[in-house]
Design a protein around this ligand. Structure first.
Ligand code: FES
Ligand code: FES
Length: 162
């Protein structure tokens, strides 16, 4: 099956996609976008979080065919070039990245939160990130990072909520 989508603002077509393949597999293995991580493949950890038509989803739970004709935004689309996005910078500065496996999903989910609520309270941050598991940081550094990122305005990323 052929699947055509727009990924980070770029039209992408892949062929020979098996009907049972996930969007996560297509992004990582067929489109060369390994930023979204595959940790549980069951919708439990959030490490594969991407935007699908402006809403965050677990890419491991989306069948590739469901992405046909739709807009996808991945962690690779957050930063426009060599410079880190302010959210990425905040995660680095706050020490919120250890093994990094959870980080791409947290970045996308934080981007979505700050686009909706530029000054979130701690309970709002906790609720927004409740589906993103981290085994390394104990979450405090992640909270610090989101608070830090809430200063700069998050720029738009393709396939996201305006
Ligand atoms: S890999 Fe998708 S939720 Fe864990
Ligand atoms: S930094 Fe290792 S799982 Fe979060």
């Amino acid at each position: 099956m052929r699947v055509t989508t727009t990924v980070n603002g770029e039209r992408r077509t892949v062929d020979d996609v098996w009907e049972g393949e996930s969007l996560l597999y297509v992004l990582r293995e067929r489109m060369g976008l390994p930023g979204s991580k595959n940790a549980c493949e069951q919708g439990e950890c959030g490490s594969c979080t991407v935007y699908l038509d402006g809403l965050t989803v677990c890419a491991c739970l989306v069948a590739a065919g469901q992405a046909e004709g739709r807009e996808i935004g991945t962690v690779e689309g957050l930063s426009g070039g060599a410079d880190l996005h302010p959210i990425q910078q905040a995660f680095v500065e706050a020490g919120a990245v250890q093994c990094g496996f959870c980080t791409p999903g947290l970045l996308v989910q934080t981007h979505d939160l700050l686009a909706r609520e530029p000054r979130p309270t701690d309970p709002e941050i906790r609720e927004a990130l409740a589906g993103n598991l981290c085994r390394c940081t104990g979450y405090e550094k992640i909270l610090d990072a989101v608070r830090l990122a809430a200063g700069p305005v998050a720029g738009p990323v393709a396939g996201t909520t305006p």
